[in-house]
Design a protein around this ligand. Structure first.
Ligand code: GDP
Ligand code: GDP
Length: 455
């Protein structure tokens, strides 16, 4: 039947919404200081690099539109994966695990002048397990004398090491040609940088809140297509479910359906899974067990969504277990514990009975609309002018910083940059954020207001 065909196409990254086809994603991974950012800048053909000599400097992980020999792809610099959003210090291999998960092809950078370290070996293991195509870059081969160092990396068992000097450009063309040979036409990973296609939802929350029950409830009543990534040995990870007349892509569902037992704490892996799922998703449904007191861990998951800049819906699950008293205390707890997200749409559901599960889709749509929302600069400044006139920034040290103008720098999530004549206090910035929400809504999305001082 026709719907079924559409769902199957979607599972392969084709059909309506996929007209351009999601571009393949290339992640550049490797230990700190091997030259990843330098290589990224080389590929992008520019020099204004955020390159640091200090190992482990925290930088933003960034995705760029890149092109080589007429082929377009998304290039992800993982330079900033030293500390994740939850403050957990991820080891190189763990950072790489997320990066690999989110990529179609991996450029693995090793410093040829240092050789392969234990950290590199750990990454190699993981790359083999992933089954993803790898281009091994032996970097810092600035001249012929160091080529022998590069050749020793054959030992890693990842095929040919490509000797490159990211700094001077030597050999980078050959490495990129090798990349194109293994680059698929269309991405199958569904990273955050991907646009188009069914909207991507992550179901997250601490263990036992009901994630797999909800997934089964949603999937059970509708048809499901399991995303089987062709040519890899990976587990099925995403499920396409039709809800409210639309197809939705639930990401990383293998992590929900299967309990992974690992030597490191279950909490650690739960948190890693949450982070991976968020990376892939556009909107997160945080499930909270309404029958129990809101826990530290629930608050942390909500904070992870905010930090990752994804849209948010909060689902209070197990509503069928609530009595009058618990309901009363739940409301008090929400007021006390979740003060930072009064803007998140809320649904009171039961994954077991199916209560109010149909409210989920309108909530998701509302949050995504806000996430995508762009305020025209004219309207933004007219509004800012009014509130600044009514509530000017307090005078400090005889001076009064003025707000000059503002612009919305991005959507997904909405980010605003305010230009001012002097330092703007954090309190005033929060005031502006509150006013923006009062005026424009932004229900279900984090927003960010940053200030630039104009001399
Ligand atoms: P990342 O932490 O892996 O992103 O590494 P960076 O790109 O920040 O580079 C770390 C340091 O290595 C910087 O000082 C770079 O200038 C230097 N570097 C990067 N590529 C090369 C190269 O091909 N040759 C040499 N000699 N130095 C390089
Ligand atoms: P997960 O670890 O978040 O995937 O949680 P599960 O879906 O495995 O659910 C944990 C337990 O809670 C199971 O025993 C479920 O049957 C139960 N459960 C899940 N949702 C509900 C609900 O809405 N009401 C009730 N009463 N139990 C639920």
């Amino acid at each position: 039947d026709e719907d079924r065909a559409l769902l199957e196409e979607a599972a392969e990254g084709k059909g309506p919404g996929f007209e351009d086809g999601p571009r393949p994603v290339v992640a550049v991974i490797g230990r700190p200081n091997v030259g990843k950012s330098t290589l990224v800048n080389r590929i992008l053909g520019r020099r204004e690099a955020v390159v640091e000599d200090v190992p482990g400097v925290t930088r933003d992980r960034v995705a760029y539109d890149a092109e080589w020999s007429g082929r377009e792809f998304t290039l992800v610099d993982t330079g900033g994966w030293e500390v994740d959003a939850t403050g957990i210090h991820l080891r190189v291999a763990e950072q790489a695990e997320i990066a690999v998960e989110l990529a179609d092809v991996v450029m693995f950078v090793v410093d040829a002048t240092v050789g392969a370290t234990d950290d590199d070996e750990a990454v190699v293991k993981l790359l083999r397990k992933s089954g993803k195509p790898v281009v091994l870059v032996a970097n810092k081969v600035d001249d012929e004398r160091t080529e022998a160092d590069a050749a020793s990396l054959w030992n890693l068992g990842l095929g040919q090491p490509w000797p490159v000097s990211a700094l001077h450009g030597r050999g980078s063309g050959d490495a990129l040609d090798a990349l194109l040979e293994v680059l698929p036409d269309v991405s199958s990973v569904g990273g955050a940088y991907q646009r188009g296609g069914p909207r991507r939802v992550a179901l997250i929350g601490r263990p036992n809140v009901g994630k797999s029950s909800l997934l089964n409830k949603l999937a059970g009543s509708e048809r499901v297509v399991v995303d089987n990534v062709a040519g890899t040995t990976r587990d099925p990870v995403d499920e396409y479910i039709e809800l409210g007349g639309k197809t939705w892509r639930f990401v990383d569902t293998a992590g929900i359906r299967r309990r992974v037992h690992q030597t490191r704490g279950a909490d650690f892996y739960a948190s890693l899974r949450t982070q991976t799922a968020l990376e892939k998703a556009e909107v997160a449904v945080v499930l909270i067990d309404a029958g129990e007191s809101i826990a530290e861990q629930d608050i942390r998951v909500v904070q992870q969504v905010i930090d990752s800049g994804r849209a948010l819906v909060i689902a209070y699950n197990k509503w069928d277990t609530l009595d009058e008293e618990r309901r009363y205390y739940l409301e008090r707890e929400i007021e006390r514990e979740l003060v930072q997200v009064p803007w998140a749409p809320r649904v009171n559901i039961s994954a077991k009975t199916g209560r109010a599960v149909d409210k989920l889709v309108p909530a998701l749509e509302k949050s995504l609309d806000s996430w995508d929302q762009r305020i025209p600069t004219g309207r933004l400044n007219a509004f800012l002018g009014e509130i600044v006139a009514a509530h000017p920034h307090p005078v400090r040290g005889g001076k009064q910083p003025r707000i000059l103008f503002a612009t919305q720098a991005s959507t997904r999530p909405p980010r605003f940059v305010v230009f001012a004549s002097g330092f703007i206090e954090a309190g005033y910035r929060r005031f502006l954020e509150r006013k923006l929400r009062e005026e424009f809504g932004f229900e279900g999305t984090p927003i960010e207001v940053s200030v630039r001082v104009r001399e």
